[in-house]
Design a protein around this ligand. Sequence first.
Ligand code: SIN
Length: 486
Amino acid sequence: MDLKLSDPSLLKTSAYIDGQWISSDKTLDVIDPHSGRCIAQVAKMGAEQTQQAIEAAEAAFELWRAKTAKERSKLLRDWFNLIMQHEEDLAQILTAEQGKVLVEARGEIAYGANYIEWFAEEAKRVYGDTIPEPSADKRIVCIKQPVGVVACITPWNFPSAMLTRKIAPALAAGCTVVCKPASETPLSALVLAELAERAGIPAGVINIVVGSSSEIGPVLTDSPTVRKLTFTGSTEVGKKLVAACAKTLKKTSMELGGNAPFIVFADANLPSAIEGLLASKYRNSGQTCVCTNRVLIHQSVYDEFTQLLIKAIKERLVLGPGKDSKVTNGPLINTKARDSVAALVNESVKQGATIALGGDTDNLGDCFYPLTVLTDVTNEMPVACEEVFGPVASLLSFSTEEEAIQIANDTNVGLAAYFYTRDIGRVWRVGEALEYGIIGINEGIISNEMAPFGGVKESGSGREGSKYGMDDYLEIKYMCMGGIDQ
Ligand code: SIN
C-alpha cells in the first residue's frame, strides 16, 4: 500500500477488545475511494467478540468510574496530546480510506481531538445540586453518575471526529464504551484506540469491533449490560436502532439525517453568502449531515446569485484525489453513493430541474460525482426532499419571508439551517421560526466542540459537544436525607 506514515505502527488492522489486539481469519477490505484499490484488510468481528467487548467494558466500568474526575481528565488530555502529535499520520490514514482532501482530513483530526480536550475539562465540572426541602427534617441532594456501558455506532463521513465526539463525553462521565465504526473506515477508529492505549487509558475502557452491522448491531441493542446507545447515521437506521433499544429501555442519542435549507434574502451580502454556501455545501464533497441540501434564493437576486455561485465553483473548487494538494473536493465514499446522487439528480431533471453546472459523470474515477448546480428546483423534487449527500447545489426561489420559512420547514427532519440577511428583525424572526437544532446566521460553518450539535424532528435526539454534551451519559440520582433533628 502507498500509505507512508512517520509512525507505521499506527496502522492497526485488528480489533481492540479488553486492551488486546484481536485478529481473525475473516477480514474486511478497506478501499481507497479514489483508486478503488484495497489499502488494508481489517479483522472482522462477529457476535461472539462483540459480547466479549461488552463484558470487558462492564468489568472496566467499576474501575474507571472509581477514578477521580481529575484522573480521567488527565488521561483524556494525554490522549488529546498524542492525537495532535500524530495529526499528520492520522490525516493520511483518513484521506486514504475516506477520500476527503488532506486539508479537510487534518481539520477533522483537530476537530475530533478538540472534543477530547473539551471533555477532559468538562469531566471536572459534573456538578450536582442541593434543592430546598419540603419539610424541616429532610434534605434533598442530587448527584450525577455515569450511565454505564455505552455502545457507539459511527459513520464513514467523519470516521475520527464522530467517534471522539461520543467516546470523550462517555469517558469523562465515567462510562466505558464498545464502538462499532463504519466498515468503510475502520482504520481511523483503530488508530484512536492505539493512541488511547499509549495514553494509558486502561484495558476495557475503550473497545472497538469492526464487522457487519447485522451481526454486531443486535448484540449491542439487545444486551442489558449496554445502558446507552449513541448513533450517528441515517434517520432510517436510527429509527430501527431506537426500536431495538426499546426492548431494554436503553438511553439513546441519535444524530441523524438533515435536509438543510440555506436561505439567501434579498438584502443578504451576496459575496459572503457565496462563501458560506461553498463551505456548507461542498465540504467533504457534500457528505455531511449539516451540508446545505436546498438553497432558497429571493427571486430578486436569484439570477445574480446563481451566476456568482457558478463562477466561484469554477474558479475555486477542484475535484480530484484527496491527497493532491491542489484538490478541494475528493470522491464520494463508494459507487453506491455516486449512483444514488446521480439518480436523485436525473429524476429531478426529469421533473423540470435544469443542470446549470456539472451533472455528467466524470472520468476521474468510479466514485466521483461532478460539482453540480441545479436551477429551477422545487421543494417536491427528489434533490429537495431527500438528503443528497453529494456535491449538488439545488437552487429554489421564493418571494416572501413567510414563504421561505414555510419551504424551509416543509421537511420531516431538522438538523441545520442557514440564512443570510442584514436585517436584525428578520434575524430574530427567522431564527426563531426555523424548526432546526442548529442555525447558521450569516455563517456557513457551525460545527465546533463548544457548541451543542444535534437536531429536532426526525434528525434525532440529544446534543453532542458543549456544556450539554455530557448530560446524555449521566444519570441524576436524587438522595433524600431524613431524620434531621431540629
Ligand atoms: C455529520 O455529518 O454527522 C457531522 C458533521 C459535523 O460535525 O460538522
